[in-house]
Ligand binder design. Structure first.
Ligand code: 5GP
Ligand code: MG
Length: 183
């Protein structure tokens, strides 16, 4: 974690170059956690982490937030390889009671916005007190749905990224830093 990141990594058939370091990620998470601490003081927010990609972001965000809060996990999937497949399926369901709760959805990337555009209405029918999105990455140029993340660590271009929870066909999730594909 404290060691110097590799300048590039090869996963399967592709080479990725260092993009955002672990230290830069931690700096942004600290800032977002401060905002959330202030905004949700006394509200005991329910964080809903979208697996698998957001697991590392969620783990670090959870350690940075200091107010009373709860954590839940769902699995929604719309990606295969480097292209979105266009379908979102809730593989692992939410068992927690969302009614009246202040929900913060923890995402790895808001890309086309399809995943959130499908998931948020599913949450809304449960009548939460509020819904916010905290995302590690946001690709505003790729956005095709009306989704506005509330807490964004980094805005990026349309490039495909891996590391820090994000995979390329299941490889790369364990990398502490974020790498991008340059073709
Ligand atoms: P959306 O539904 O907003 O188009 O994209 C949702 C999901 O696609 C993200 O939560 C993420 O899991 C995956 N995704 C989008 N862009 C990338 C990327 O550059 N790299 C990886 N590994 N996954 C991505
Ligand atoms: Mg995701």
């Amino acid at each position: 974690m404290t060691s110097k990141p590799e300048p590039s990594v090869t996963l399967h058939d592709k080479t990725f170059h260092l993009y955002i370091s672990h230290a830069q990620i931690q700096e942004r998470i600290t800032a977002i956690a401060k905002t959330i601490d202030a905004e949700y003081q006394g509200k005991r927010p329910l964080f809903i982490t979208v697996l698998n990609g957001a697991f590392m972001f969620a783990a670090d965000l959870a350690r940075a937030v200091t107010i009373d809060c709860e954590w839940a996990f769902v699995r929604l999937s719309s990606y295969q390889g480097t292209e979105s497949t266009g379908t979102v399926s809730q593989v692992l369901g939410l068992k927690d009671d969302v009614e009246g709760r202040h929900v913060i959805v923890v995402e790895d990337i808001v890309d086309s916005g399809r995943t959130m555009a499908n998931f948020l209405p599913e949450l809304e029918v449960e009548h939460p007190a509020s819904i916010a999105i905290a995302t590690l990455l946001f690709k505003p140029e790729a956005l095709k749905h009306e989704v506005q993340p509330d807490h964004v660590c980094f805005e990026t271009g349309n490039e495909f990224v891996v590391g820090y929870g994000l995979d390329y066909d299941e490889l790369g999730r364990n990398l502490p830093d974020i790498y991008r594909l340059q073709e």
